[in-house]
Design a protein around this ligand. Structure first.
Ligand code: AHM
Ligand code: MG
Length: 338
């Protein structure tokens, strides 16, 4: 049997890769790992909600039962508040960012952005969901509270990013800009164990992933590209839970698209909480991530916390091919009418 390497051990070892590393990022990643285990426990009990009590009611232990996405949000906020390494949080579930006062008088230098439970409409039907996070170094003065500018940074400024997929097994995948590694939760010992070392995305894959139900709501060139995927006999897979779709794409290759539609003219997914962290991971694994204007996701300016973005992400050759298609078929100035 190979020696097991736990997430904590791996993070601490990796700290040595960074000059002047003081252990703060290490501590923060470890705390996110702890929050992921707590959320995982609750996600696994989701099917028992009618037995344990419905939302808003007190359960057998006297605690009020919460919607799972709000539970995940609260747990992540609690863990980060007590971490001492984080001075502010922005969550997809909160309108505004949350400043965190110093713990034990120490000025924390990181802010964390996250989507606590992405794809949460899938929970009631036992389909996988995920947590996505990104970590930035703050830009404002370390001695005061965090500011909006600390969160409105480009993807290229990310110090670390990751996701947790609560699937057939629970896996945490993260990068600090030196490759991507995955850790599967062993429920018997309660530890994330290194299971996917130095993940590299295949140059191409057999899958394309898009909500084809919106086909008629896509721009013409996007429809042409989707026709092309079908012509090439690619298999269509769309879980409707981005973390799951990206995880498959990362391991098996392929392309994931969420373009602009009539309902979401700027795309549906959020730049800060979904697109940037996942783009960082996929790029670190050798893949690409662009928007439907064919610009790199990680170089997009962030103007507001809940900004939406279109995204095309996955195997490098497939993203390049899609780009060539759009360039060939786009009619300047033409967009599908709302
Ligand atoms: P959410 O953050 O409200 O859960 O929405 C994000 C999810 C993604 O996980 C998924 O890729 C997408 O929305 C699915 O949207 P649609 O049902 O429009 O295809
Ligand atoms: Mg989401």
């Amino acid at each position: 049997m190979n020696r097991i390497i736990t997430l904590d051990e791996f993070i601490i070892k990796k700290q040595k890769d960074f000059d002047f590393a003081s252990g703060e990022l290490t501590g923060l990643l470890r705390d996110i790992g702890v929050a992921a285990k707590i959320v995982n426990r609750e996600v696994n009990k989701a099917g028992l909600v009618n037995i344990l009590g419905t939302e808003g009611e007190a359960n057998a232990s006297g605690d009020t039962v919460q919607k799972l996405d709000m539970y995940a949000n609260d747990k992540l906020i609690d863990c980060l508040k007590n971490s001492g390494e984080c001075c502010g949080i922005a969550s997809e579930e909160n309108e505004d960012f949350i400043p965190i006062p110093p713990v034990a008088g120490k000025d924390a230098k990181y802010v964390v952005v996250f989507d606590p439970l992405d794809g949460s409409s899938n929970i009631d039907v036992n389909v996988s969901v995920g947590t996505i996070f990104g970590i930035y170094r703050r830009k404002s003065k370390a001695s005061g509270p965090c500011e909006l500018q600390d969160f409105l940074q480009k993807g290229t400024d990310l110090v670390a990013a990751g996701y947790v997929l609560y699937g057939t097994s629970t896996i945490l995948v993260y990068t600090t800009g030196r490759g991507v590694n995955g850790f599967t939760l062993d429920p018997t010992i309660g530890e994330f164990c290194l299971s996917h070392r130095d993940i590299k995305i295949p140059n191409r894959g057999n899958y394309y992933s898009v909500n084809q139900g919106y086909y008629l709501k896509f721009d013409v060139e996007m429809r042409r590209y989707i026709d092309h995927c079908s012509d090439m006999n690619l298999r269509m897979r769309y879980i409707g839970s981005m973390v799951s779709d990206i995880h498959r794409t990362l391991l098996q290759g392929g392309i994931f698209l969420y373009p602009n539609t009539r309902k979401y003219p700027k795309g549906k997914l959020r730049l800060l909480y979904e697109c940037n962290p996942l783009a960082f991971i996929v790029e670190q694994a050798g893949g690409k991530a662009i928007n439907t204007n064919l610009e790199r996701i990680m170089e997009q300016d962030a103007h507001e916390l809940h900004q939406r973005e279109t995204i095309v992400i996955g195997s490098p050759e497939m993203v390049d091919e899609m780009k060539a298609f759009i360039e060939r078929y786009s009619i300047p100035g033409y967009k599908v009418e709302g």
